[in-house]
Ligand binder design. Structure first.
Ligand SMILES: Cc1cc2nc3c(=O)[nH]c(=O)nc-3n(C[C@H](O)[C@H](O)[C@H](O)COP(=O)(O)OP(=O)(O)OC[C@H]3O[C@@H](n4cnc5c(N)ncnc54)[C@H](O)[C@@H]3O)c2cc1C
Ligand code: SF4
Length: 325
């Protein structure tokens, strides 16, 4: 690990100011410290944000939840309001990492964890995300974990977070405080960027921007579930995952919201797929057509072509679970 300076921020304003001067925030450290040990990230200054007052979960005026950026994944999954009104979020959190990691991992850090692309972690390999312009070793390499949607010729990595997938299905907003003390909320669908020709830029954060909270809209009626397919039963990242939320009224699907993990640089959502389902009577034929439409523009690599049928089957299972009984 290369040497670095360390300080603790006492206020969000101080953290944001130090961030704007080039410091890197550390929250749970469960991703950042691994990357520093491997010298994939070599910040020369860390600002510990753990003492900031960002650890609360509060109800908002419109009946939603405001989740502080430092709320630990275990605490969020165990919160009674989350379990009752957003059970899909608790499911996704508990499907991620291990108990020990979830006790440290924070809401903000989870959104910003880096890709698990093998080559990104290996500094002997070219990687446009780690070192812009050096090339992409994954192309033509081992691509089991890589993207089938939205990738570019410069990067085919996926975003690894389970929590972020559900946040996308729930239309969460990311609350950000800038070094200039401005607070803005960004829909999570606009927060992440696809790789394009700048895969090193992963989201809309500017230097010094501190995530202060994630805000969930008021809970919706209906059914919700998260299904994650992975190589081991636990302690593994998603090959594909599906977060599904919908209601069934008079035998028709109402207000479907689906997000997909393990398939793109960001939690993936497809408005046309949801529109095909919305208001339609339940039918096996409808599910066939909609799932086929979802994967129609998939562009897999040799090593991850299996994700296309796997995603279809997983989605069919989720649709059955949410609409039967
Ligand atoms: C073995 C292992 C298995 C795992 N399995 C899974 C899994 O199955 N599913 C899953 O979703 N995750 C998994 N994880 C990842 C884990 O969930 C993340 O490491 C964790 O959520 C990151 O949170 P953190 O608070 O530790 O972030 P840190 O490591 O502290 O920070 C991560 C990044 O976010 C930045 N940051 C942190 N907080 C803020 C903030 N408030 N504002 C701005 N920037 C901020 C940091 O500067 C850093 O760049 C696994 C991790 C490990 C080590
Ligand atoms: S897929 Fe992206 S992260 Fe992986 S080696 Fe290529 S550029 Fe790097």
């Amino acid at each position: 690990m290369t040497p670095f300076d360390y300080s603790r921020a006492a206020t969000p304003a101080e953290a944001a100011r130090l961030g704007s001067e080039g410091a890197t925030f550390i929250a749970g450290g469960t991703n950042l410290l691994d990357l520093m040990k491997l010298e994939v990230m070599t910040p020369d200054r860390l600002v510990d944000i753990n003492r900031l007052d960002l650890g609360g979960i509060e109800e908002t005026q419109d009946g939603g939840l405001r989740i502080g950026a430092l709320v630990r994944n275990s605490d969020l999954a165990a919160d009674r309001r989350v379990r009752d009104a957003y059970p899909v979020l608790a499911e996704a959190l508990l499907a991620g990492a291990s108990g020990q990691l979830r006790n440290k991992a924070t809401t903000g850090g989870n959104l910003l964890q880096r890709t698990r692309c093998y080559y990104f972690y290996d500094t002997a390999m070219p990687c446009n995300k780690r070192e812009p312009g050096s090339g992409c070793q994954a192309l033509g390499g081992v691509t089991r974990l890589h993207a089938i949607f939205g990738a570019s010729e410069h990067c085919i990595a996926t975003h690894p977070s389970d929590m972020a997938v559900v946040m996308r299905a729930l239309d969460a907003m990311v609350e950000i405080r800038s070094a200039g003390d401005e607070v803005r909320q960004v829909p999570i669908g606009d927060f992440y960027r696809l790789p394009g020709d700048t895969p090193q830029i992963e989201n809309v954060l500017e230097p010094g921007d501190l995530i202060t909270a994630v805000v969930l809209p008021s809970p919706r009626a209906g059914r919700q579930t998260y299904r994650k397919v992975r190589d081991r039963a636990s302690y593994a990242f998603a090959l594909v995952s599906v977060a599904g939320v919908l209601d069934v009224e008079d035998g028709r699907i109402m207000r479907p919201a689906f997000a997909f993990g393990g398939v793109a640089h960001m939690p993936w959502r497809n408005a046309e797929f949801e529109a095909m389902l919305d208001g339609q009577p339940l039918s096996s034929d409808l599910f066939d057509r909609a799932t086929a439409h979802l994967v129609a523009d998939a562009k897999p690599q040799d090593g991850n072509a299996f994700k296309v049928p796997l995603l279809k089957r997983t989605l069919r299972a989720v649709l059955r679970e949410l609409t039967e009984g």
